[in-house]
Structures are given as C-alpha cells and as structure tokens.
Ligand binder design. Sequence first.
Ligand SMILES: Cc1ncc(COP(=O)(O)O)c(C=O)c1O
Length: 458
Amino acid sequence: MVLHRVWEKVSVMGVIRIRTKIPGPKSTALIRVRNESVSHATFGAIPIFVKRAQGARVEDVDGNSFIDFTGGLGANNVGHCNPRVVKAVKAQADRVLHTDFSVTMYESYVRLARALCKAAPGKSEKKAMFFNSGAEAVENALKVARYNTGRPGIICLENAFHGRTNMLLTLTSKFYPYKKGFGPYAEEVYRLEFPDVYRRPEHLSEKEFVDYHIEQAKEFFVDNTSESNTACLVMEPVQGEGGFNIPPKKWVQFLYRHCRENGVLFISDEVQTGFGRTGKMWGIEHFEIEPDIVTMAKSIAGGLPLGAVVARKHLMDHVHVSGLGTTFGGNPLACAAGVAVLEEFRQKKLLRRAQEIGKITLKRFKEWEECSPIVGNARGIGAMNAIELVKDKESKEPNKEAVGKIIKYCYERGVLLLSAGMHGQVIRTLMPLVITREELAEGLDVLEEAVFRMGGKK
Ligand SMILES: Cc1ncc(COP(=O)(O)O)c(C=O)c1O
C-alpha cells in the first residue's frame, strides 16, 4: 500500500527511476548466487531481481523503478499484485491450500469452471478442467482430441509454440533453444506452412497469397496426412513466441470449415492471446469461429500457475472417469485468483483498455515503420503488438542484433521488454492491461528513443 502511494506521487513526474547501473549492486550479488545454484538452462532475459511490483510497475532490489512491457510473459494482464486477486488469494489461503480436486473437492474450482465455460468463445455448452500450466493444458487438449476421434494425427503450424513437454516440443517450430538435444520427438505430428503476409513474394497481392495458401492447405491433406488420420489442428490465433504473427482471417476460416467438415477438431491455443490480450476475451473471436477446444493459462489467475482446457461438453465427457488428472491442477488459490480475474475484467472494463492500449501503441509503431530504416513491419491486434526489425527493408533480413541492443537500452532506462520471432527479430509488448496512459506513453517514449538511436532515421 505504501508503495502504491509513493508511486502515485511519482507518476505526476513519471514512473521511471533509475538510480544505479543495471544491474545494480544488490541484483549483481543475487545474480552471483543464482549462477552458483540455479541451472543456467533457465535463462534470465533481464538482469534485475524484483523486490515488488504493482500494476504495470516493477521495482528492483536496488530501488530502480521500471515500466513493465513484459507482464510476466503475458501472465499479468490484470496487473502485478492486482488488489482483487491478492484479496481473494489471502482469503482462500486462510481456508484451504490444497486437497487435490480429484480426492476432495472445493468451491473455487467449480466456480471458476462455470465462469470460464460461460466466457469461452461460442454458444455451445462447454465443460472445463484445470491443469498446472499452458503446456499441460495443450497436452491434455491433444489427449481429448485423440480420444474423441480415435485418430493419431496432429496438425500444427510453422512458427508455432505450445510448450516444452516432449509432445509440445514436437509441435514447436523453433529448434534452438527449445528443441536442441531433447529429441527424439513424437510421431504423427504434421506442420502446415504459415502464410506470412509481410514476407510474401512481391509478385503476389495479399489476396492472391492467401488463396495460394488455401490451395496449399488442401494439398497438405493429400501430401502429408489425410483428414481421416487427423485428430486435430492446433493453432495460436496470433502466434506468440513465433513473432506475433497474425494469420489471414480467410485462411483460418477455411481451415476451420475444412476441419469441421472432416471431423478434425479445431483447438485454439489461447495461452498467450487469451484474457483480453487482443482486445477481445479470446484471440479466436477475431476470426468469428467457435473452436472445439480452447486452452488457457498465463493471465488466467493473475500471476498464479494455472492452465485450463475448455471444450464442447460432449468432448470432455467422452473421456473415461479418471482418464485426465494432476495433483495440483486447479489448486484452490489459483482458482480463487481466477474468479477474481474474471471479476476484474468486468469491473475495470479491461477489454476496452486493451483496445485503447492497442490503438496508442500500434499508431506509434506504424510511425516508426514509416521513419525507421530498421522497423520492417509493425503489427498487432488489441494490446498484442510488435515491431519486426530488419537489416534493410528490401531484403527483410532479420535483425536480431538490433533487437538485443534495443532491449538492453530500454531496460537500462527503465522499460522492460521481450523479443520473439523465429530469428529473434521481433520486439513484442505484453504490458498489463491496467497500465495508465501516462505509463504507456513514458514506456513508448523510451522504446522510440532506442529504436531511432540504434537504427537512425530515414
Ligand atoms: C501459445 C502458448 N501455448 C503454450 C505455452 C506454454 O505455456 P507454459 O509456459 O505455461 O507451459 C505458451 C508459453 O509461452 C504459449 O505462448
């Protein structure tokens, strides 16, 4: 609370306060401990240790204050330490921490399940089940699809990222760092080409390019696998780790129709696009289709670990009793937090906020696309926006080096950002949706300065 008041005062003058070199002395000391005791396989994109965080603001152990455009990798859409979530978690902690829902049940689980079934895309009746993470949710969605169809095949997309279990690494496109050395991978996974409109051949119009990809998708079911061998097609409505790539609506609608006509289940992986990130509750709503199965995680519980599968009722109920489960999935604290998250969306009108953030951010990004020689493409839906950096705009050669420099420049000046993309060539924004206009403007100013310092002006 004290922190909140201090920040309110500071926000008149701006939020960012950088008092030390980054990392500061206390973070540096903790990084030493980390290097001694934590596997370096975890990575650490930004070299600070966080002391506390609220809304879109993060304070490190050295007293530096940052604006957070990473939102806990998309898990903090309702903001860090959202007061409604914290209150719900505290109240739940006083009553029961854990039982395992498959042993003895508790109310927060069923309340959240009911709320998510209502909130899920489409009108058909749904049922839900909870797991520990996004990966576990997707893994279980695939099990539900195979069980219901009796077919083995899974179709995923080029640039996809769905998690880090063995099956999901099979679905994931990017080899390094995700897949290197961890194979062999699972069988019966087929990868469909993604229509990257920005990188399409020059001689094709956008419409021609999309039509070409629709024909390619038809061929795919001849060349690679048949519909009768395929349990499901799984896609992110907007690709997250793959670079915030937005698929053409006509192509997605074709894939959906083709799946429905052939008994192939359509899974929308909403782990990153869900909970308002794209300005609608679910990314797939932009494509006006009702997926058979939806996977959720990240922002579902305001920062607590939780994953969910929500699917058409008959699909969920077809699986035999005790066929799906996990000890901690749908933990009472996480479910109580999830109920509070949905309430926060209603009370604070966070979908509208996401749209406003998107308008402001994408307008700035489009200006940079015009004026900066290294911003090849600016894109986004709602508050899911990105700039793709290139070495030159003709060749569109990915510019990972500039991404690294810009991210470093920004965190040293008080803005936390992450990269994405198959070549690490994309800077993405995942700021909490409760970010204020002033914080957003201040953060974008720093990013703009970095972009033009690194890349110059046209
Ligand atoms: C679209 C998508 N699916 C699944 C996952 C895996 O989620 P988790 O890291 O919670 O296992 C991620 C994580 O970034 C994701 O972006």
